[in-house]
Design a protein around this ligand. Sequence first.
Ligand code: SF4
Ligand code: SF4
Length: 55
Amino acid sequence: MAYVIKDTCISCGACASECPVSCITEGDIYVIDGGACIDCGSCAGVCPVDAPQPE
Ligand code: SF4
Ligand code: SF4
């Protein structure tokens, strides 16, 4: 399983610096590389709009 960033993302960037495996990158919105995500939930913990959700 991996986390996925929903389209409610406001591109604040807070999650990217919290990810221990640096698998979050900026696109149209921020995007998680599901193959690298270790499902730690740190991104969800810092997101102001709850955009990262377990897949
Ligand atoms: S759940 Fe953890 S490893 Fe996966 S994208 Fe979020 S911060 Fe990174
Ligand atoms: S913390 Fe939430 S709103 Fe900010 S870039 Fe990450 S997913 Fe998007």
